[in-house]
Write a new protein. Sequence first.
Length: 305
Amino acid sequence: VIAYAQGLPKLAQKKTYKVGFAQTESNNPWRLAQTKSMQDEAKRLGHQLVYTDAAGSAAKQVSDVDSMIAQRVDAIFLAPREEKPLAAAVKKARAAGIPVILLDRNVDQKLAKAGTDYVTFIGSDFIEEGRRVGEWLVKKTNGQAKIIQLEGTTGSSPANDRRTGFENAIKGQAGMKILASQTGDFARDKGRQVMQTLLQAHPDVNVVYAHNDEMAIGAIAALEAAGKKPGKDVMVLSIDGGREAVQLVADGKINYIVECNPKFGPKAFETLAAYAAGKKIPAKIINPDREFTAENAKQLLSSAY
Ligand code: GYE
């Protein structure tokens, strides 16, 4: 084991690499699209992709990274399921001389640092995503809303930051209240179940803010089962912008979505090549996020957006 006292492990410039991709789970369309994008780009460039699926377990993801280290991959792309547990895995890879690029989720910034422990983070600005949803809501409702928040996976950077951004944006609005905030683990059926329970406790809710499409779609099912009209009686707000959710915007059941695009393949491998070439890599590479509303949803659906 090569111990790196400081700085990142180097990556030799080669035509093709054996590179790990440690995925967090594969039970939803966002994850499947991300995996496909990584596989397609690896194939296009002739790289060997060592793919692991942590199946929703941070502990499994830690051991997936361990096995990539044991297999001596050239580099690791990691989508850390939770901020804290995966920080140690990042450091372990670095100590073994394997550079890590974080994809789509971040690690705790107090525990691991870009430019020292890992090369960079490629993904969205989640605080900004949450802030945009909050600001849109303030405008749309004139600062009057009774909100249920469906949070993403506990301890994940998008859940922490989408909550922070949203709550900051509505802070100081006397007429806006978060009635309840609970995790739905970024999953459709969990979102449905949580929404069903919270609806019984808070029948006066008129806004649902879900940290992703899957939970928003689950919440819509719960609202409809309770005889409420999603998008009308209760506004539905979400993040991601997958096709199914954008169709629901066109149908009037989701009111607003901030995009979080899962197609990381090209940027991931481009960054890897730039790193091997000795180029300076910024600490964060932020994806631009569009937004989906009743005004643009139909038009976007007719194109390959
Ligand atoms: O929004 C969600 C997924 O980490 C940014 O995780 C990603 C989030 C995405 O499961 O749908």
